[in-house]
Ligand binder design. Structure first.
Ligand SMILES: [Mn+2]
Length: 196
């Protein structure tokens, strides 16, 4: 069966992002952005999701990593949407709850074509390294909007913000991995189609 490999590129005055997503290849992720903690959690997301992800990104992080994080979410969302448009039916739903030491985080995805985000995270430390954790909601918003994904993400509890965020991204990876497993036959909708 044809492998679902998607390339997306987005260049603006703020950021330059090139992304390759291969939903049918669990090769080692290749994440290269100038934001180390963001690389760390994207790598965890793809690894545990069981899909190949290559991201090469640069941008105006001297202003704030906000643009880079948000735009990466947009581009990943575009790639996931493209996967459904170009390659057809998927399982649609995915859910994962992941512990990391003190932390427990959870993500549920419906790749329905309808963007909606519910995001609950109350981080005890504002930063992981130098990374402002408030940007994670921006990433999830961008991903949900452009991917046509309903996403519910929760950091249920934890003492360490790094653990909470990392568990959240592992859960996101696993939930996406499940939702984007191929489905034989008709689309997983009683309406008969997704993304119409
Ligand atoms: Mn870590």
């Amino acid at each position: 069966m044809e492998t679902r490999r998607i390339t997306q590129e987005r260049n603006t005055k703020e950021t330059r992002i090139r992304l390759i997503l291969d939903l049918d290849s669990p090769k080692e992720p290749q994440i290269d952005t100038p934001v180390p903690f963001f690389n760390h959690i994207l790598n965890s997301m793809a690894f545990h999701g069981g899909f190949f992800l290559q991201i090469n990104a640069s941008g105006d992080i001297d202003v704030d990593p906000h643009h880079l994080v948000e735009d990466t979410g947009l581009v990943l969302g575009d790639a996931l949407r493209e996967a459904v448009m170009s390659y057809g039916s998927i399982q649609r739903f995915g859910h994962s709850v992941i512990p990391m030491d003190d932390a427990l985080s959870e993500v549920t995805v419906d790749a329905s074509g309808r963007p909606f985000l519910v995001f609950n995270a109350d981080f005890p430390q504002e930063y992981a390294g130098s990374f402002p954790l408030c940007l994670l909601k921006e990433f999830f918003t961008a991903l949900s909007t452009r991917g046509g994904l309903t996403v519910h993400g929760s950091c249920r509890y934890g003492d360490n913000s790094h653990h909470m965020a990392e568990a959240l991204f592992k859960a996101l990876g696993k939930a996406l991995g499940q939702a984007f497993i191929r489905k034989q036959g008709n689309p997983a909708s009683t309406k008969g189609s997704l993304h119409e």
